[in-house]
Design a protein around this ligand. Sequence first.
Ligand code: DON
Length: 557
Amino acid sequence: MKILISVFLIFYSFTIFPINCVAQNNFYKNGMVSSADEIASEIGIEVMKKGGNAIDASVAVGFALAVVYPQAGNIGGGGFMVIHLNDGRNTSIDYREKAPLLSHRDMFLDKNGNVIDGLSTTGHLSGGVPGSVKGLLFALEKYGTMKREEVLTYAINLAENGFEISPRLAKVLNEYQNQFSKFPSTMKIFGKNWKAGDLLIQKDLANTLRLISNYGAEGFYTGYVADKIVEEMKLYDGLISYEDLLKYEAKERAVVTGTYKGYEIISMGPPSSGGISLIYLLNILEQENLGKYGYGSADAISVMTEGMRVVYADRSEHMADIDFYEVPVNVLTSKEYARKRFDNFGNDRARNSDEIKPGNIAKEKENTTHYSIADKDGNCVSVTTTINDNFGSKLVIEGAGFFLNNEMDDFVSKPGVPNMFGLLGSEANSISPEKRMLSSMTPTIVLKDGKPFMITGSPGGGRIITAVLMSIINVIDFGMNIVDAVDKPRFHHQWYPDEIQAENGMLSETVRKELVKRGYKINDFRDYASLDVIIFNDNGEMRGHSDRRGYGKAIGY
Ligand code: DON
């Protein structure tokens, strides 16, 4: 059997990936994929080589990540896809999870009204109704060119026959053994002491993917897989029902747009806070000459921090699922509002988060994963997808082979109590049946003169927005090449906690002293947020880069 598998893998690697899969340094004409996993990026390239467009490739990559990047790639979670088509149209697909019909506002509180530790983050109650399968297939049917069976075949093969795991995947699987041990269904597949090079075979997942390939979304939301999800829920007091699965729909939504110093920003609107917050921050920073201050200077960091403080205060109050709460998108993304909220700021002193309240607007841990894809015809796709935490709820649905998300933690369990990313929220983002939890995912496409300039996005919880922001201003304001723009140290501030979270190497000693003098609290922070970015030159050629913080790969041809 072992020999058979090795023969398959050798055959597979020669037939499927005979590509110049190295160089991240060059510009390519025909296609580019930057994702969190090399095998997934190779599959995206292979799909385009076979004549598929960027959307076909992004669907194949999405399903492949569900196999080779189980900590975040998923069919048990949700995500957002932002698309720029070569005819100039921009659109987005929202396949965010939603709260089950039986959920209610206080479901994570005890009888005294206190949040029950761990309930929104682990196990059956933490899962929202998954959206990924509907979303990816919606994109394929509407904007792709290939057959479902063609794009799914790669993921099915990898799940059925296994793949050799990387040192990083072995490490992360081993780190989570203790948490997996609560769930026999998870242990059955992932419970062992992993070594780099071990084969990870996922037969149940292969079967689920085959059902999706054969029957489309019905293969997931009805029949065998639906039975397995509902059985699992019944055994452990989970809430997801047949009706939840039947009613789940991906939604095509208008993108949110803005401009920054002559560039056009296309990003994801509610239920993500990402696009609005990014555009709001860029509108604030457009009033400043960051290029003059310089990357890493005390003045640039002060001004960016103050912008972040204001934007995250508004995020906590005014952003939520727009189908349930009237998010004032136009106000929040307007230049006027940014000016009003960011008036008369001098760089010489830190404000205090207690002074900053959300604006008064009249009504109108690893892991998530991002991938950026562009094809030879100028179609661009920016996808961020998640099961929230690493391996989501840690629960594999018995017999169906995939991790259920723990996205319910992105709702506000109780106003004033931060979620796992330390983010605060208000009633606007409280739990309600069929509502989608607020996200920070920020899949973004930047255009210049109507042509693709950059595709960017990242995991990182609440830090996604500022990581994406920095990828853009590092290029536009600080003139960096794509590698530096992605890899250079970053910092983050999210209103509360009132501190600058600075990655190692972000602050020189002089700058640190200066910031402390101005009144900033500084928290040295581990590396966070792993960007996957593509940039275009004036000839429309593409160069990709996958963040040094992750173990992904950008591949072009
Ligand atoms: O949608 C969100 O904002 C979160 N569920 C994303 C989680 C995430 O990025 C975790 N990765 N570090």
